[in-house]
Each structure stands twice: as structure tokens, then as C-alpha cells.
Design a binder for this molecule. Structure first.
Ligand SMILES: Cc1ncc(C[n+]2csc(CCOP(=O)(O)OP(=O)(O)O)c2C)c(N)n1
Ligand SMILES: [Mg+2]
Length: 321
């Protein structure tokens, strides 16, 4: 990867982190009338995958999808406006955090139904194959989604029809408060996908370069028409499952486990690496942070100053015209 691309990865991960930290700060004022799920700690997966997608490639995501939207080139103003349920939001203020839609960047929608986006993305990939439009579909989901029947039905179908779909399982070890170890008889989720005849890999989801390398090969394979690929990306969420709560050390998550994963911060280590090869300096880092902070300031001002949908518009968009 050239220096410019390395810096782009760093900037995008940092932007996602800083945006979500700001969302967490603002959330307490109760002006964002939407449940939120933060990806702090998991930024490398969205960035490593989405940098290999074209703008018109399709993206299907879950309840935890701010990172993917921004990594796919989504508009920060429109995302924050959506969290404030404003008309200028990417889903016209009708979706909130868990239902981000922006077809201008291939973001076809996020589903709060665990496992719900897997058949939707598989269907989009089938449409691409039938139309021959050359698009690849990326479907993100958590380790909790592999417990759903939709996961198994979709993967079998995609393998059978050789669909151009990349499945990305963000294994953060938890579905709300249950660990994968409490839910699964075996620990290697990628082997489940392999059993359907899909090339499947388990990678360090906190290493943006490893994720990008795996995603690049996977997307190439999809584009060659050779069928789906499955990536299990190991990672960890820093915040509690929902909202801005911390659930560490109160019986839900062990402090030692949390500390271990904090020491594997995907942004810190990537920044250290970039410094060691002379791509990042303290001055450049500060400049990047200042620029992102400015964008965040603008986005929150844009959102808060945007109009809310009026009651008269309630039935708009309910049925196709
Ligand atoms: C079909 C369904 N069952 C249960 C829920 C409640 N629920 C919301 S998120 C979640 C856990 C999801 O865990 P995972 O897929 O690992 O994603 P993560 O939150 O870790 O990113 C559950 C059980 C739901 N939304 N949909
Ligand atoms: Mg999970």
C-alpha cells in the first residue's frame, strides 16, 4: 500500500473513532431519539473492507453500522442528521442509527433484525449476477448473527449459485452479554462457512492491513465470478452493547479481558506503525485530528439546525409511488 493509502486508512479509522466519541458525549442530552450501537474498537474492519469496494458496490449492515457507512464514503452531515431524526438525514429522519440508507454510496440499508441483512445482501448479489452489472455486495454482521437460520440458508444458496458476495463476520465475542463460548460448541466460526463450500478465513480484525489484504483478494474473486468469500474478523467492542454505557467489571465483562483488548487498539498500533516507517509525524497527526474535529463540529451544527419531519409528512415514503 502506498503512503497516501496508508494515511487514508488512518484518517478514516480516526474519523470513525472521533465521531463516535462525540456521539457518545452528545447522547446524554437526549436529543438523539434513536438507540445507538457504537463500533469503538472495531474500526479497522469497516475501513479495511470498504476501501476495496467501489462506490456502486452494495453494502448491507446491522444495528452497529456508523463505521461502515463512513468507511464506504457516506456523508457525515447526513449521518449525524439521521441520528437527530432530521429531514436532511440519510434516511430522511425516519430510520435513526439502526436504519441508515444511502444508495448514493451503495449503502442499501441496515437491519436491526439480527441476521436480517444476510439474506437481503445475498438477494442483491443474486440480482447483480442475473443482471451482470459487475457489482460486489459486502454483508457485515456480528457473531450473534451466525446463530440465526438466515445465515446458514443464505451461505448455502450463495455458494450454490456462485454469487458475488463478501460475508464479513465481526466477531467481537459477544451478542449483548453472552459470549461466543457460551453459545457455540466450537470457536471457529469461519469453519462453519467453509462447510458450505465457501473459501473462509479468520483474521485479526484489529489490523487494518490484514483486513484490507484479505478483502482485496476476496473482492477480486467475487468480481471474477468465482463465488462468495467469508471473512471472520476477530475484534472487541469497547463500549457496552447499546448506548453509551460501560459494562465492564460489573459482572458482564471481565476487566482483564477489556484491558487486554484496549491494549490492542487498532488505531493506536496503526499510528505507531506509520510513525515507525516515517509516514506519520506528531505534527501531521495533530493536523489530521484538527481537520476531523472541524468536520464533526460542522456535522453536529448541520444536524441540530436541520428541520424535523412534520406530522403532515407522516405517510410520505410509506408506499412506493
Ligand atoms: C432476530 C433478533 N433476535 C434478537 C435481537 C436482539 N438483539 C439485538 S442486537 C443482539 C446481539 C447481536 O450480537 P452480534 O450479532 O454479535 O452483534 P454485535 O452487537 O456484537 O455487534 C440481539 C440478540 C434482534 N434484534 N433480532
Ligand atoms: Mg458480537
Amino acid at each position: 500500500m502506498d503512503h497516501q493509502s496508508l494515511l487514508e486508512c488512518y484518517k478514516t479509522m480516526l474519523k470513525i473513532r472521533m465521531v463516535e466519541q462525540r456521539i457518545a458525549e452528545e447522547y446524554k442530552y437526549d436529543e438523539m431519539k434513536t438507540p445507538i450501537h457504537l463500533s469503538i474498537g472495531q474500526e479497522a474492519i469497516a475501513v479495511g473492507v470498504c476501501r476495496n469496494l467501489k462506490p456502486d458496490d452494495y453494502l448491507f449492515v446491522t444495528h452497529r453500522s456508523h463505521a461502515q457507512y463512513l468507511a464506504k464514503g457516506g456523508d457525515l452531515n447526513k449521518m449525524i442528521a439521521e441520528l437527530y431524526l432530521r429531514k436532511t438525514g440519510c434516511s430522511s429522519g425516519r430510520g435513526g442509527s439502526m436504519h441508515l440508507i444511502d444508495t448514493t454510496v451503495g449503502m442499501m440499508g441496515s437491519s436491526a433484525i439480527v441476521g436480517g441483512d444476510i439474506p437481503l445482501g445475498t438477494g442483491a448479489a443474486l440480482a447483480s449476477k442475473l443482471k451482470g452489472d459487475g457489482r460486489v455486495t459486502a454483508v457485515f454482521f456480528g457473531d450473534g448473527a451466525v446463530d440465526e437460520g438466515t445465515f446458514h440458508e443464505s451461505l448455502n444458496f450463495a455458494a450454490l449459485k456462485k454469487l458475488p458476495v463478501l460475508y464479513i463476520c465481526e466477531n467481537n465475542y459477544y451478542a449483548i452479554n453472552s459470549t461466543v463460548f457460551q453459545r457455540h460448541a466450537r470457536e471457529d466460526i469461519f469453519r462453519w462457512a467453509e462447510s458450505y463450500g465457501i473459501p473462509s478465513f479468520q483474521i485479526d480484525g484489529n489490523d487494518v492491513l490484514k483486513v484490507s489484504e484479505a478483502a482485496e483478494k476476496a473482492v477480486e474473486r467475487c468480481r471474477r465470478g468465482e463465488g462468495p468469500v467469508f471473512l471472520e474478523c476477530l475484534t472487541y467492542r469497547w463500549k457496552g452493547h447499546i448506548g453509551t454505557v460501560d459494562d465492564v467489571g460489573n459482572g458482564y465483562r471481565p476487566k482483564e479481558e477489556y484491558d487486554y483488548w484496549l491494549s490492542k487498539c487498532p488505531i493506536h498500533w496503526f499510528g505507531e506503525y506509520l510513525r515507525s516507517i516515517g509516514v506519520l509525524t506528531d505534527e501531521l497527526d495533530q493536523g489530521i485530528r484538527d481537520e476531523i474535529a472541524k468536520q464533526i463540529e460542522e456535522a453536529f451544527a448541520f444536524a441540530k439546525n436541520s428541520p424535523k419531519p412534520s406530522p403532515e409528512e407522516l405517510m410520505d415514503h410509506v408506499y412506493a409511488g
